[in-house]
Design a protein around this ligand. Structure first.
Ligand code: ADP
Ligand code: MG
Ligand code: MG
Length: 255
């Protein structure tokens, strides 16, 4: 059972007037099979956490540790993290001009699995996953995220999730900008992967809406660069009713 352990994580970004600390001591443990929702106001550092775990070079870790089954994740390159089983669905997926969805998926799967998937089973796998996510087959020949609608981008992220079968999936606002139908399809995709029991999910969201479809085991409130409260699914109900005001007032400025 894979376990991701984040301990006292501090991360800075390079701002115009020098480095600025965004994450201020994040502690979190995510085990395979568990679903953790991280909920917080805009600008609280949720995406910074996601990018830092995936190894984005813009974010500098200034303190703390991240391990996956005891292995030092922070010492790994982006590729090594992916091979170790860390997957990030980005809040704003990027275009990859000149690379088709089909090629991109196969290259990613080859990199993560350490060998090229057998063509016949692979084609079937992709076809099934695309059907699940109600993605038109012609989509496979389009360039990654080029001219994709918001909903198509998010479906494509979940398509990767279904095919790559990571140990730890970080989903950064996969729900934002989706209409109700797309939200349902995307949530069903996440739930299918989750039901395998083989993935630990970090579901980052601003809104409680997606939690009607994906029931988290744990909910964490994120404010001013750290987790300020943790609980079960009932904490999401409290947030739905009361919003983030209580947390922001107490901590948004960071002290
Ligand atoms: P959230 O995802 O919770 O909305 P972010 O992690 O995107 O929060 O941003 C947290 C804070 O860090 C914001 O004030 C944002 O402006 C700042 N920030 C994030 N990434 C960068 C960056 N690459 N350069 C400068 N500032 C950044
Ligand atoms: Mg934001
Ligand atoms: Mg964000």
């Amino acid at each position: 059972m894979a376990t991701l352990e984040i301990h006292d994580l501090h991360v800075s970004v390079e701002a115009e007037n020098g480095p600025r600390e965004i994450l201020r001591g994040v502690d979190l443990t995510v085990k395979q099979g568990e679903t953790h929702a991280i909920m917080g106001p805009n600008g609280s550092g949720k995406s910074t956490l996601a990018y830092s775990l995936a190894g984005h070079p813009k974010y500098t870790v200034t303190g703390g540790t991240v391990t996956l089954d005891g292995e030092d994740v922070l010492a790994m390159s982006v590729d090594e993290r992916a091979r170790a089983g860390v997957f990030l669905a980005m809040q704003y997926p990027v275009e990859v001009p000149g690379v088709s969805v089909s090629n991109f998926l196969r290259t990613s799967a080859t990199a993560v699995r350490g060998e090229a998937p057998k063509l016949r089973t692979w084609v079937k796998e992709v076809k099934e996953a695309m059907e699940h996510l109600q993605i038109d087959p012609s989509f496979a020949e389009r360039n990654v995220n080029e001219g994709f609608s918001g909903g198509e981008k998010k479906r494509h992220e979940i398509l990767q999730l279904e095919l790559l079968k990571p140990a730890i999936a970080i989903l950064d606002e996969t729900d934002s900008g989706l209409d109700v139908d797309a939200l349902r399809v995307v949530s069903e995709g996440v739930n299918r992967v989750r039901e395998t029991g083989q993935v630990g999910t970090l579901l980052i969201t601003h809104y409680t809406r997606i939690l009607r479809y994906i029931k988290p085991d744990y909910v964490h409130v994120f404010a001013a660069g750290r987790i300020v409260e943790s609980g079960g699914a009932e904490l999401a109900d409290k947030l739905e009713n009361e919003g983030y005001a209580a947390y922001v007032k107490g901590g948004a400025s960071g002290e």
